[in-house]
Design a protein around this ligand. Structure first.
Ligand SMILES: Nc1nc2c(c(=O)[nH]1)N[C@H]1C(S)=C(S)[C@@H](COP(=O)(O)OP(=O)(O)OC[C@H]3O[C@@H](n4cnc5c(=O)[nH]c(N)nc54)[C@H](O)[C@@H]3O)O[C@H]1N2
Ligand SMILES: Nc1nc2c(c(=O)[nH]1)N[C@H]1C(S)=C(S)[C@@H](COP(=O)(O)OP(=O)(O)OC[C@H]3O[C@@H](n4cnc5c(=O)[nH]c(N)nc54)[C@H](O)[C@@H]3O)O[C@H]1N2
Ligand code: SF4
Ligand SMILES: [Mo]
Length: 842
């Protein structure tokens, strides 16, 4: 009976879909080429995907018809679901005729762009041969650079088994570590953009400074949150080098133009006003932070603090937990006691204990802020003092349902660590961490590995060497691709010999592109795996054509920037074109060729036999006890699992409090001051202004033809990948709205005799030889000292790319092509905008 019904239903279904003229609005019926199959032709398949048109991996649904991906939809199984315009253009990327189709071998000089087709066998054998050689000699000289990897869960164990610790991400060119340690000082651990969220829906007032949630949009769930906040009456002020209409257009929102790279001064002045007007949250500072800590005003050392060590059970391990107990001045008892014994700790003040002068940490902070008046900041930033005061007033009045957005992409200038340190200070003064309407934390689900655990090899990692020996204590070792090039330049700790990039455009995405390519002569083998040609591929010896995300199964993923802990699925929806193959297959093929057969069997055997079905089950083993409802069946059907949102932010400070006076910073500060390190001041735990490099060079005064080139995202572009910059659909829209133009202020344009629509030559003052062309938009919506362009719109200096990416706009600049191979002090970020740019009519 049941079988009958389902058969009838089945016939009806297939009949309606395949043969009825009543097809739903918006459906596309393509001409029949093959005999229809009931599961395929005319019937839409809905496959769980994670979008990769930018890097955020938003859970989405791919709609497949006749074996083709016809559109992307939001995943409806989320409380806040949505995908953005870039995601909607996925089919135009997947079926782009410019996709890499076969493995390629370089035949011309590096950079020349001459390649010939080879077989996968040959490509893999060639790579394996070099890998085998270095496995014996020095496996650490092989560097793996992943970003858009199609081998998650497989690649890391492979490279660690191989013997290299050098798996290094792109994040030193994104948020690491100016953002992560600038804010992290307050929490005793790096705070990445994915660790916190602004509670847009419940906030009343917010400052966006170098942050553009409407353009650098992560729709799921951020964009929806942001829109909800705006509907709920969230008022915004944007302090930006250009008018970021993506975020703040509409009533009640304001734009204050700021001179590029001077943001720390703006935030310090906000803090100054908040403290001066006693607009801070006093109870919060006393209770939740170490503001009352008594310190020596000379050395800044906590006064007579003690560190206690306790052993604690954590699962089956015992860990040592260190806690600092510190003295405060108890106003109730009129003496110094440990904080836990005080009933009325003093927030401000200077005291004498045993003949020694001590002050509270907050007293030290207040004193340090004294000189950073709004008038002082106006001279540096050009933001009017009265505007700074008005913003501070708004923050004070509406606290704690306020935020200074902690931002995302930070590595634009040398002073980014100080910028985010100052942003952290303002948010701490206002008590908005862990508050509804303020800033919350993001809990993450811990999945098991796909393969058995592999230990990280003991050999020295390049980034760790620079962290320990070369004055970059705030590096995040897994995130420092530009130090690979520093190692090439200096030979320290050794010269890398093989670079294998999987979805990282290490040349186009990193400041100093033109300097980087010169260093590549020292590298024996460069392999780039990607679906699209990019700057890095031009210098590769072997190019491997990757699949795009709808064309492969992938490990489950948990790292999302959103308020709920989430697990999401990506399943193969369509066949890859030509000879494109996924990264997990490539890793297994290399493992077969390079590892010993026992190693291969031990680590890869089960995965090779069981495939992703096995891999996914392995990742989820035993997890549904802790997280009810995480099952593979559900993930395959709905694509996602999500848990509960909360506002807690994990801390790893010695005091277990939010350290408004950062002991992590203090330790580094003391050490570097002792050594006489010129940038020691950047680690000062107290508020402190540091100018960007360009400012140091020019004392803030640019000549008539000099500018700072700045970048940002729009909802219709992303990085340098072919997904968006060479996308025929997006290109159509870009042309309509002039997204590829270079913004220039009318006063500056007039002085240079430049007219709207003119094509100009853009080049760095330090190297006029490197040039790109751009079409200008003359607009008052940009600060006079800045030029602005969306990131990743053209070929820039690497015009050879036009041969491979035919939908690229004719003109366009990429800041990284012009900037220097310099490193932000202490944290090593790429400081890409910290360079003076000139323009002239082409
Ligand atoms: N001047 C300036 N520089 C910047 C930025 C800026 O705004 N301005 N932004 C910075 C930021 S925030 C970041 S995160 C970095 C990003 O820097 P990059 O790592 O350089 O990122 P992309 O430019 O996206 O390059 C990634 C490559 O992956 C490829 N790719 C896409 N999908 C896949 C896939 O499925 N598999 C594989 N194997 N490859 C794939 C793309 O085609 C592209 O070639 O750039 C930073 N650099
Ligand atoms: N559309 C799109 N969205 C994305 C991505 C993408 O590729 N495309 N990628 C994601 C990633 S990896 C990241 S890191 C985030 C980035 O997210 P955001 O950092 O928010 O985005 P951006 O647009 O790079 O930069 C924010 C703003 O900084 C401004 N700006 C530039 N220089 C200065 C300055 O000196 N001072 C001040 N005050 N403002 C300045 C720009 O004009 C821009 O409006 O976006 C994520 N979302
Ligand atoms: S923000 Fe847009 S392009 Fe980026 S992953 Fe999400 S849906 Fe895709
Ligand atoms: Mo980024």
């Amino acid at each position: 009976m049941e079988a009958k019904i389902s058969r009838r239903k089945f016939l009806k279904l297939s009949g309606v879909a395949a043969f009825s003229p009543f097809i739903r609005l918006g459906d596309v019926v393509s001409p029949r080429t093959k005999a229809p199959t009931p599961t395929d032709f005319g019937v839409e398949k809905r496959v769980p995907l994670r979008c990769r048109m930018c890097a955020q991996q938003c859970p989405a649904i791919g709609i497949v018809k006749d074996g083709k991906l016809i559109k992307m939809e939001a995943n409806p199984h989320l409380p806040y679901s949505g995908i953005c315009g870039r995601s909607r253009s996925t089919p135009a990327a997947v079926y782009n005729p410019d996709r890499l189709k076969y493995p390629l071998l370089r035949v011309g000089k590096r950079g020349e762009g001459k390649f010939k087709r080879i077989s996968w066998e040959e490509a893999l054998d060639r790579i394996a041969k070099v890998l085998k050689k270095y496995r014996k000699e020095a496996p650490e000289k092989v560097v793996y650079l992943p970003r858009f990897t199609s081998a998650a869960g497989i690649d890391k164990p492979f490279w660690h088994l191989y013997g290299t610790p050098n798996i290094i991400s792109y994040a030193d060119t994104c948020h690491s570590a100016g953002h992560d340690w600038g804010l992290g000082g307050y929490f005793g651990r790096p705070i990445s953009p994915g660790a916190v969220w602004m509670d847009y829906p419940n906030a009343k007032f917010g400052v966006l400074a170098m942050r553009n949630p409407g353009g650098g949009l992560c729709v799921y769930q951020f964009g929806t949150f942001f829109a909800e906040g705006k509907r709920n009456g969230l008022r915004l002020v944007s302090v930006d080098v250009r008018f970021p209409n993506e975020s703040i257009e509409g009533a009640g929102h304001r734009w204050l133009p700021i001179r590029p790279g001077t943001d720390p001064a703006f935030h310090l002045a906000l803090a100054h006003v908040i403290v001066k007007k006693k607009g801070y949250d006093e109870a919060y500072l006393i209770e939740k932070t170490n503001a009352c800590m008594l310190i020596d005003p000379e050395t800044l050392e906590p006064f007579k603090a003690v560190i206690e060590e306790k052993e604690e059970k954590k699962g089956d391990k015992t860990v040592k937990k260190r806690t600092m107990r510190y003295l405060v001045w108890d106003e109730a008892q009129g003496k110094a006691v440990f904080k836990s014994q005080a009933s009325k700790p003093a927030l401000l003040g200077e005291f004498e204990i045993e003949g020694k002068k001590v002050i509270t940490a907050f007293e030290a902070i207040s004193r340090a802020l004294e000189r950073y008046t709004p008038q002082w900041a106006e001279k540096i930033t050009t933001v009017p003092a009265k505007e700074i005061e008005a913003i501070a007033e708004e923050l004070i009045k509406n606290k704690p349902q306020v935020f200074v957005d902690t931002g995302w992409y930070s590595e634009r200038y040398a002073n980014s660590l100080r910028q985010f340190h100052a942003i952290g200070l303002v948010n701490t003064l206002l008590g908005c961490w862990e508050k509804k309407g303020g800033i919350g934390g993001i809990p993450k689900v811990k999945l098991h590995g796909v393969l058995p655990k592999v230990k990280k090899p003991k050999r020295i990692q390049i980034t760790k060497y620079y962290q320990k020996k070369e004055g970059y204590p705030f590096i995040i070792p897994k995130a420092g691709r530009r130090f690979v090039f520093e190692a090439l330049r200096t030979g320290k700790p050794y010269e890398p010999k093989v670079i294998f990039a999987m979805g990282q455009n290490f040349i186009g995405g990193s400041a100093g592109s033109v300097e980087l390519i010169k260093l590549l002569d020292k590298v024996e083998l460069i392999v780039c795996m990607t679906p699209f040609m990019d700057e890095s591929c031009l210098y590769a010896d072997i190019i491997l054509p990757d699949t795009m995300f709808p064309e492969r199964n992938e490990a489950l993923h948990v790292k999302f920037k959103q308020s709920f802990p989430t697990v999401a699925m990506n399943m193969k929806a369509v066949e890859p074109p030509f000879e494109a193959r996924p990264g997990d297959w490539v890793m297994v093929e290399l493992a077969k060729r390079v590892l010993f057969s026992e190693e291969f069997e031990k680590y890869f055997g089960d995965f090779v036999r069981g495939g992703w079905e096995y891999g996914w089950r392995k990742q989820l083993e035993g997890l549904d006890e802790k997280y009810p409802g995480i099952t593979l069946e559900r993930l395959k059907k709905e694509g996602v699992w999500y848990g509960k949102q909360n506002y807690k932010i994990k801390k790893k400070t010695l005091t277990h409090e939010i350290e408004i006076f950062s002991l992590t910073f203090l330790e580094t500060y003391k050490k570097f001051k002792e050594k006489g390190y010129p940038f020691a001041e950047y680690a000062n735990p107290l508020p402190s202004w540091a100018p960007p490099f360009w400012w140091e060079e020019k004392k803030g005064q640019l000549a008539e033809d000099e500018f700072i080139l700045t970048t940002g995202f729009s909802p219709l572009n992303s990085f340098t990948g072919g997904q968006t910059r060479n996308n025929p659909l997006l290109r159509e829209i870009w042309d309509q709205i002039g997204l590829d133009r270079l913004w220039i202020h009318p006063e500056r344009a007039q002085k240079l005799g430049i007219q709207d629509g003119d094509v100009v030559e853009v080049f760095p003052a330090h190297n006029p030889e490197i040039r790109a062309t751009a079409r200008v938009w003359i607009t008052p919506l940009v600060h006079p000292d800045a030029l602005f362009t969306y990131y990743g719109v053209g070929a820039g200096v690497f015009s050879q790319l036009k041969k491979f990416l035919v939908f690229l706009p004719e003109h366009g600049v990429n800041m990284n092509h012009f900037s220097k191979l310099h490193f932000a002090p202490l944290q090593g970020g790429h400081a890409t905008q910290d360079v003076i740019i000139k323009i002239r009519r082409a």
